[in-house]
Design a protein around this ligand. Structure first.
Ligand code: SF4
Length: 459
């Protein structure tokens, strides 16, 4: 079965969560945290909990609410837990094995690990470990990380982690569970997000702060690029294992993260709304109304409407009951797949000139279908405005993007894209506009899918 979102061609790989909460039901809290992170991965979910001695692990294919039955949650008792939601290859027979966390036992004891990102030198490391006789059970990078830790010469876990972190390259937000603490780690560029929060007498880590809000935890700060933060019975300790060179994924703000999250301390809804303001200045249009492509275009459409002083209306209604299984294999490229997801409001649209704001254009197929759908329903002119720059390069840092030949902006300039999708005009947010909308210092972003410049290298 295939899961399609409105922007089904871009998929976040994972969300991670970790909590140290003495005397609390950490299984229930982790369930709630993962539920808030469900948009980051719908293929499998998992949780590892320790009572101070043993690590209990439950994971399976499916959504958080499907995987964690009451029976399973009752087995997940302790003071410390980590959890994970995964996007993976659909129809992969190995999906259940690739689910995280991964638990491993070495001479330094038992640990469980979960991560979001992509290790760009994982194939080389996997080959080296295989030559040493290591038998891999999954095709996940987390097993490469776990086996590097297990094989390290170091006497203690912290030194083994240091040895491992010196070897892996790429993007990672990693949580490691031991019997007495949780360690949250972010790669030296901090490409994938990870935040630290406070929960009563304990601490919590999450890919996005919306998970903190769900359990009424308080956001403390982002884990810094190149930082390792350890929380547990001994309190909270931090160390910098590598020099920080911050390059946060700009696409988190554009599309992946929930609008109610803070990424790097910046509110996602606000960043999208400002992107809409700037987009209206960069690409004005004469129109009767602004509509969004739900849901991720909503904040930018609001910003565009405010700055352009054009009324915002609901032109496209999203089916609320989109599940993982609403579409059958092979259907995703069909015109009616779009109609299953989005319905035009004819009474609002007929006879109007419309600005349709979308968060991004990747292949251009969905956008073209929406333009046709609007015109079939009586829209006179469709001006497409995109709240991100053209996507010209694939992502190697944990986002599943199509290859270059499928990226419409890698092949065509905006004028030709406009003709291809059948719009009356088309405008993309500039890279400078995107930086300004998010508001971090100008060199703090990974913009590789818009520029082709990869801050942490390519595989
Ligand atoms: S290449 Fe694009 S999607 Fe990937 S991390 Fe960089 S900005 Fe994010």
């Amino acid at each position: 079965m295939q899961h399609l979102t409105t922007k089904s061609v871009l998929k976040e790989h994972c969300g991670v969560f970790g909590i140290y909460a003495p005397g609390e039901d950490v299984g229930r809290l982790t369930y709630m945290g993962l539920f808030a992170l469900q948009h980051r991965g719908q293929e499998s979910a998992g949780m590892a909990v320790t009572d101070g001695e043993n690590i209990a692990l439950e994971k399976d294919r499916g959504l958080v609410a499907e995987v964690f039955t009451l029976e399973r949650l009752q087995r997940l008792r302790g003071d410390l837990a980590i959890g994970h939601v995964l996007y993976g290859q659909t129809n992969s027979a190995s999906m259940a094995e690739n689910a995280q966390p991964l638990a491993v036992t070495s001479r330094r004891g038992s640990i469980a690990l979960a991560y979001n990102g992509q290790i760009i030198n994982a194939p080389a490391l996997r080959a080296e470990l295989s030559n040493l006789g290591y038998l891999f059970r999954t095709d996940s990078d987390i097993e490469v990380i776990a086996s590097l830790i297990a094989q390290a010469d170091a006497a203690d876990l912290d030194s083994a982690l240091m040895e491992t972190l010196a070897k892996i390259k790429g993007a990672y937000a990693l949580v490691v569970l031991t019997p007495d603490r949780i360690i949250g780690i972010r790669d030296p560029n901090g490409i994938r997000p990870l935040s630290l929060g406070r929960y009563r007498d304990g601490y919590v880590f999450a890919s996005e702060t919306c998970a903190f809000d769900t359990i009424e935890a308080e956001f403390v700060r982002p884990v810094n690029p190149g930082e390792l933060v350890s929380v547990g019975h001994a309190g909270c300790r931090s160390s910098q294992f590598a020099e920080a060179d911050k390059k946060i994924c700009a696409f988190e703000y554009i599309y992946f993260a929930r609008p109610d999250s803070l990424i790097e301390g910046v509110g996602v809804h606000g960043a999208r709304r400002r992107a809409g303001h700037i987009l209206a200045e960069e690409h004005p249009a004469e129109a009767d109304m602004v509509i969004s492509v739900p849901d991720s275009g909503a904040s930018a459409a609001l910003g565009y409407a405010e700055a352009a002083d054009i009324p915002l209306d609901a032109g496209l209604i999203k089916n609320r009951y989109l599940g993982r299984t609403f579409i059958r294999p092979g259907w995703q490229d069909r015109e009616f797949a779009v109609r299953l997801k989005l319905s035009p409001l004819r009474e609002v649209l007929a006879g109007k000139n419309v600005v349709m704001v979308d968060d991004s254009i990747v292949r251009g197929t969905t956008c073209g279908r929406l333009v046709r759908l609007l015109k079939k329903n009586g829209v006179q002119k469709v001006h497409v405005r995109v709240a991100s720059p053209p996507v010209i390069s694939p992502c190697y840092y944990g986002i599943d993007t199509p290859c270059c030949t499928e990226l419409i902006a890698a092949e065509l300039d905006p004028k030709d894209i406009c003709a291809r999708i059948g719009a009356d005009s088309l405008g993309f947010l500039s890279i400078a506009g995107l930086r300004q909308a998010i508001g971090l210092s100008a060199d703090s972003y990974c913009l590789a899918c818009f520029s082709g410049h990869y801050p942490a290298g390519r595989p």
